[in-house]
Structure formats: structure tokens, C-alpha cells
Ligand binder design. Sequence first.
Ligand SMILES: Cc1cc2nc3c(=O)[nH]c(=O)nc-3n(C[C@H](O)[C@H](O)[C@H](O)COP(=O)(O)OP(=O)(O)OC[C@H]3O[C@@H](n4cnc5c(N)ncnc54)[C@H](O)[C@@H]3O)c2cc1C
Length: 422
Amino acid sequence: MRSVMDHEYCRQLKQDGVLFDDPRTLAWAGRDWGRLVHRAPLVVLRPRTSGDVAAFARFAAEHSYPLTPRGQGHSSAGQAQAPGGFVVDMRALDSVGEVGADSVTVGAGARWSQVLAETLPRGLTPPVLTDYLELSVGGTLSAGGIGGATQHHGLQVDNVVSLEVVTPQGEVVTCSAERNADVFDDVRAGYGAYGIIVNATIKLVPAHTRARRLQLRYDDLSVFLADQRRLLAEGCFDYLEGQVELADDGVNQYVIEVASFYTDEPPPRAAAVLGELAYHRGSEEIEELTYFEFLNRLADAEAMLRAAGLWDQCHPWLNLFLPGSAAEPIVAGAVKDLVPADIGAAGFVLVYPFDTGKVTAPRLELPDEPVAFLFAVDRGSACADRAATRRMLAANELIHDHAKAAGSTTYLGAPVPAAQVT
Ligand SMILES: Cc1cc2nc3c(=O)[nH]c(=O)nc-3n(C[C@H](O)[C@H](O)[C@H](O)COP(=O)(O)OP(=O)(O)OC[C@H]3O[C@@H](n4cnc5c(N)ncnc54)[C@H](O)[C@@H]3O)c2cc1C
């Protein structure tokens, strides 16, 4: 059978240093953050221009090879892999254009930290950022991109002005809500299946310089969720998230994390509303940070996890959108018997609400209710301990199936089946 590298076109690309078929590159492209799914492609394209992407997409279409873009490879279930096909490594297409009054055009391979490095000195910021800034623009726009500002602005996919997309046929299309809207609607939260985003024009809003971050503790899930809903309805904080802190004795703590962004003084309503909440008085932690320090808060955690060898673990992650009406029983059932060892030293559990009415991207599947909760049970296991990894995956499957039956939707793809880890 004819191999890909028998094509003169591919041999030329390899000679030009943009196409790779060496075992090291293929193994790299067959791995991701999750370290659970390993499927190497036939070749990896490292384009220098969007024209390289378009020409290669035409070749792939003509010869019926699957073509999958890859940003930072922080997927947890093989989403950016292309077994029997081609991976397009988008990292070099990371230009950040001139920052305009309310938007900036960036290469899809740019990381959000690179975008901020250009916009913040001009007093501007994307309205919504993920908790971790080292994800690519193309990668989060293909997933959704949820964060603590989603309560006000929807997800990152809802804050895009226009996109330049290479279609699966290799056509270059500029799309927006007004122009080629079908392409715009397909690629946002489309996981790379409907085209490769090569450039994105992202909405920008004025950025404050400082952030006041508060963490408020609860020992009752019901009270915690009620206060989160209250904060969502009030909208008085710029950022709203929350975590479950698991305890060995089963007495979990629930922590609301909110932040106000400001330049002179934090808004008075944010302080006043605290008096109306039912958190444990005296448990609150208050931190004053620059706006960027707040956005980049996972950088220290990343350094610590890397030093401890926990960053490169296996990551049996489960991310769900729960319908507001069923959030409490689903979360209660999921965390009831969960102890820290069940999620691993680097694991965490996130719960926070948002207004589904702010979400406009049609491919993002959400519960059909005005309020939904992100519920993330993100575990970490030593990859060598296959049994522990399988146990975590099986536990995720149970939560997933129960939550789906109660009207939840899956975010970032279905969990990896435990049986797949042998
Ligand atoms: C530590 C960590 C923290 C995270 N925090 C958050 C968070 O707060 N909020 C949140 O929403 N998510 C979060 N995520 C998940 C993350 O947003 C997604 O996994 C995202 O897809 C990863 O981006 P990436 O650049 O690594 O994409 P990749 O893993 O490389 O690709 C992901 C998907 O996007 C597609 N894709 C990549 N580039 C393009 C492109 N240019 N055009 C079209 N499709 C493309 C791929 O084919 C694949 O389907 C987090 C992940 C990690 C590891």
C-alpha cells in the first residue's frame, strides 16, 4: 500500500522542515495532558503560515485522511489526536496582532498568556479567561472556555468577533455572526471537526489593574449552593467559582471563590453582600493581587506540581454541566463517599453556576435550564498504577452516567472508559 510519505508533495514538505514522520514527533502527537489515550498519527504538520494549513488540508481531503489540529495538547481524552491521519501542530501560528480599541486578532496557536501580554499594557483584556492561561486560543475556542467571568459574559466562544477558518476542504473562510455564520457556529466548540481556526479576532474590554480575591468556607453543600446562586443573581463580583475540599473523615468543606476587579477601590456592593451570605464567619480569606497575578494564579501551582512530579501524571478528568435544578443531589451523591485519595494529590473538585442565557455558541451542549453548574471532578493518578487509574475512571463513569440521566451534559468530551486502560 502507498504510504503518505510516498507522495512527492509530502516528501517536499518534509524536506522543507514542515512535515514530520519521525518516531519522537509521532509519539509526542499521540500523547496529551490526560496520558490515558495514546494514538499516534501518520505525520505531523508544523505550518509556518495559514497557507500551509490550507494546502495540507486540501491534500488530506483529496486523499481522505483525517486532519486534526492540536494547540497545547491539554486535552484529557485524545481530542487532539489523529489515528491513521494527520496532526497539525498549531503552536507556531501564535502571532498577536495590533491591539485595537475593543478587539485583537491573534493566531490560533497563541496561548492566552501571550494575548494578555499584549493587551494588558494597553489597558484591555478578554472578558473571559480560563483558570489556566497556557492553553491555546484555538484549543479553548474549540472546547468552550469557561471561567469565573462566565457568569457575566458567557464562555470564551461567546466573546469572539470573527474567525479565519481552514475548512476540511482546504478553503479559507472568514466567518462571524453575520458572515458565513454556519461555519462560525460549527467551529466554536466544534473540537476541530469542522475546520481549523487559524486566526481569531477576540473581543476586548477595559481591564482593571487590581483584584481582591475572597474565599468563603461552608460545611453544608446546600447553603454553599444557595449562596452561589445568590451571588450569580446579584452579579456583584466579577469572578465566581467554587470548590469542594474533600476530607479524610468525610466532613467536606465547600469554598466559594469570588473576586472583584478594580483600579481605585473595590465596588462597595461586593463588600456589603458578604453580610448577607451564610459562610462561616471568620473563615474568610482575603487576598489583594494585581489583575494579572490573579489571572495567572495557577502558575505557582503548576511549578509546585511539576517539582513534585504530579503535573505529568495521568489525569482521569470528568467535566459536566449540571442542570441547576438537579445540581445539589448530583454533587451530593458524587462527593458523599469521596476522600482525598480518590482524586489524588493533584486532584480537585470544582462547582460553580452560570447563566445559560449568556451562552450563544450553538455547539456547546448545555442543560435546558436558566442556570447550570460546571461540575469538575478532576483526578490525578500515577500512570504506572493502572489499577488506581482504572478505579478513578470507573468512578467518573458512574458519576457521569448518573448526572447524564438527571439532565447533565458533558464538557470537554466523554470520560475515558476504565476498560480502555489495560
Ligand atoms: C490545567 C488545565 C486547566 C484547565 N482549565 C480550564 C478552564 O478553566 N476552563 C475551561 O473551559 N477549560 C479548561 N481546561 C480545558 C481546556 O480548555 C481544553 O482542554 C482545551 O481544549 C485545551 O486547549 P489546548 O490548546 O491544549 O487544546 P488541544 O488539547 O491541543 O486541542 C483541544 C481540541 O481543540 C481542537 N483544536 C485545537 N486547536 C484548534 C484550532 N486552531 N482550530 C480548531 N480546533 C482546534 C483539537 O483538535 C481538540 O479537539 C483546562 C485544562 C488544563 C489541562
